[in-house]
Design a protein around this ligand. Structure first.
Ligand code: ASP
Length: 349
């Protein structure tokens, strides 16, 4: 992909639903998605950019609580099909599952050389105090930004929210009602928007700029469960999740640096799951920091029974990475090897 420095920038705005484009149902008062044209009417500022902004609306528009992997496949294929036409992509998406979608897309899009920026809002765009306008306008600006040689400033899948640009697969939703809905606990922001947008070039990941094509993987294996351990968890609940026939991998959400119950019954179930060939990934329940199964005896026992470290990966990212890797590889040994490999900047390793 050789950049044409003289070419006018263009951005494709992809609308999937979410609060940003919702309005109240007059009968029930509940928020429901409305037509995309309404958003463009609400944000005439988009017309002031010196570059082209086109839009694409998904049908049906959804609350992101209803997001399923087939939406990620549609998004990946859409980006692939329109990749040569646009310099960047902005995806308007509900906040509830945005970190899951951004994480999954980061794995599904290989050799990405252009920005894919997810954004949304906590208040619908028509409301006077909405955060949607700023989120949308800055996202479009980021998606169109190029350096002096014509390469994309942020060639990554990211989330822009409340003045912060975060790596998608490092983000998590942390506030249900505040405008600071997302954070990236283990990686600094890729950019911060103030009077101008300051890019953190030491953190942004750059591809090998080349002619190589964007490759899209749409084969996902979703046979993954998440087991959040807690005091009082029953043996039966652990059995059901770890030994269920429908799961190929289980993300164990453990305490602190990757510690879990040291009781014999728990470790026996882990051993049984490992013997059944399940992939077991240890992810900490803590917001920041990483898994280190060598510190405590409880962690060591897990390691001995075949549990793999998730390092500082988020659960959202672990899920996307497993779906992607398991879709690509039928053998668990390849999946296991790649889980400890930093593929898209998702772990500090
Ligand atoms: N429930 C909404 C959604 O995720 C919340 C939001 O957009 O902020 O679609």
């Amino acid at each position: 992909m050789i950049p044409d420095k003289g070419k006018k920038s263009s951005v494709l705005l992809i609308y999937t639903g979410g609060t940003i484009g919702m309005k109240e149902d007059p009968k029930t008062g509940a928020l429901k998605p409305f037509d995309f044209k309404g958003i463009l009417d609400e944000v005439p500022e988009l017309g002031k950019f010196a570059f082209k902004v086109d839009s694409f609306t998904f049908q049906p528009l959804i609350d992101s609580s209803d997001v399923e992997p087939h939406l990620w496949k549609q998004l990946a294929v859409l980006i692939k099909n329109r990749y040569e036409e646009y310099d960047g992509f902005v995806i308007l998406h509900g906040t509830d599952t945005m970190a899951y979608s951004a994480s999954a897309l980061s794995f599904m899009l290989d050799n990405l050389q252009k920005p894919v920026v997810f954004t949304g809002s906590q208040l619908p765009i028509g409301r006077p105090r909405t955060d949607g306008k700023e989120n949308l306008i800055s996202s479009v600006e980021i998606a169109s930004a190029k350096d002096a040689s014509g390469h994309a400033t942020v060639p990554e899948v990211c989330i822009y929210f409340n003045s912060q640009l975060l790596r998608g697969n490092r983000s998590t939703k942390v506030n249900a009602t505040g405008f600071d809905a997302f954070c990236s606990p283990n990686l600094p922001s890729l950019a911060v928007a103030g009077i101008d947008i300051r890019y953190n070039t030491g953190v942004i990941r750059y591809p090998v700029w080349n002619d190589g094509e964007l490759t899209v993987s749409t084969k996902l294996d979703t046979r993954v469960s998440v087991l959040k351990i807690h005091p009082g968890i029953t043996e039966q609940a652990v059995r059901d999740i770890l030994l269920g026939s429908g799961t190929r991998a289980v993300i164990l959400e453990t305490y602190g640096a990757g510690n879990a119950i040291s009781k014999e019954w728990f470790l026996n179930i882990i051993k049984e799951a490992d013997a059944m060939g399940k992939i077991l990934l240890n992810v900490t329940q803590c917001l920041s920091g990483d898994v280190n199964m060598d510190i405590y005896e409880t962690g060591r026992s897990l390691k001995k029974t075949g549990v793999l470290s998730g390092y500082d990966i988020t659960t959202e990212s672990a899920l996307g990475k497993l779906f992607f890797l398991m879709g690509k590889h039928s053998g668990n040994s390849q999946v296991k090897a790649l889980l400890s490999h930093n593929m898209r900047g998702e772990i500090s390793k």
